[in-house]
Ligand binder design. Structure first.
Ligand SMILES: CC(C)(COP(=O)(O)OP(=O)(O)OC[C@H]1O[C@@H](n2cnc3c(N)ncnc32)[C@H](O)[C@@H]1OP(=O)(O)O)[C@@H](O)C(=O)NCCC(=O)NCCS
Length: 204
């Protein structure tokens, strides 16, 4: 029991591990700053962005400010900055995998402001994060999960070349309390090196 707990603890990212900035063709991924609060609130207050990712829409700038603080403290979520506008248009995280008790496995999560959907931004950001996870962090595996109703996220995960593991039943809770299944995907380092991507690389 203790060993299991120790391994889970080691698997959790240390607070002091701050991810470096990452660049892609149209995006800069960098750690959040307090000055990003207004941009975060702008997209996080939407009723259709957060719930699909498992969080409640933000009700105030103050709530967004607290979330920015959490992002800064945890150091495992990048702000997605659109180069053209300089705005923070979303976030992408590479977290400890809550479902795996293996050191250095990571879990991908992302959300974008609605005006920016459908332009390949999530896939582009995730490509940069996968490159970092496998080539710099040396992760053995990266996972991704989505609610079965989330067809957009499903498509992003498919385009990236993740392998579908299956459906974990009654594994997540939506902000309104509804319990949902989760579709589970993963990619190993070997699969990353040889995968068939369903999208063109967009790295700078
Ligand atoms: C999921 C999300 C990040 C996708 O961002 P995005 O930048 O639009 O993603 P991309 O443009 O890279 O790819 C979206 C794909 O979904 C497709 N798509 C769009 N609407 C769709 C729909 N209703 N059904 C199926 N596919 C759809 C797009 O056509 C595109 O695929 P294509 O390149 O083959 O045409 C964004 O919709 C979002 O933030 N949603 C709310 C938060 C969320 O769901 N986060 C993920 C939690 S698991």
């Amino acid at each position: 029991m203790l060993t299991r707990w120790k391994r889970a603890r080691a698997n959790r990212k240390k607070k002091t591990d701050i991810y470096p900035p990452l660049l892609s063709q149209r995006l800069v991924l960098r750690m959040f700053e307090l000055g990003d609060t207004a941009d975060l609130y702008e997209y996080a207050r939407s009723p259709i962005v957060g719930p699909m990712a498992g969080w409640t829409p933000h009700r105030s700038m103050e709530e967004s400010r607290q979330v920015v603080h959490q992002f800064i403290n945890h150091g495992d979520v990048w702000a997605i900055v659109e180069k053209r506008s300089g705005r923070v248009i979303g976030s992408i995280g590479l977290h400890a995998d809550s479902k795996r008790d293996v050191p250095n496995t990571r879990m991908l999560g992302y959300a974008l402001g609605e005006p920016y959907w459908g332009q390949g931004y999530a896939t582009e950001a995730a490509e940069a994060v996968l490159k970092f996870a496998f080539e710099d962090l040396g992760c053995p595996l990266v996972s991704a999960f989505h609610n079965p109703q989330n067809d957009r996220s499903k498509r992003v995960i498919q385009k990236l070349g993740f392998l579908l593991e299956g459906r974990l039943r009654l594994a997540g809770t939506l902000p309104d309390g509804t319990v949902t299944d989760e579709d589970c995907y993963s990619m190993t380092r070997a699969e990353y090196a040889t995968r068939e991507r369903k999208t063109e690389p967009n790295l700078a």
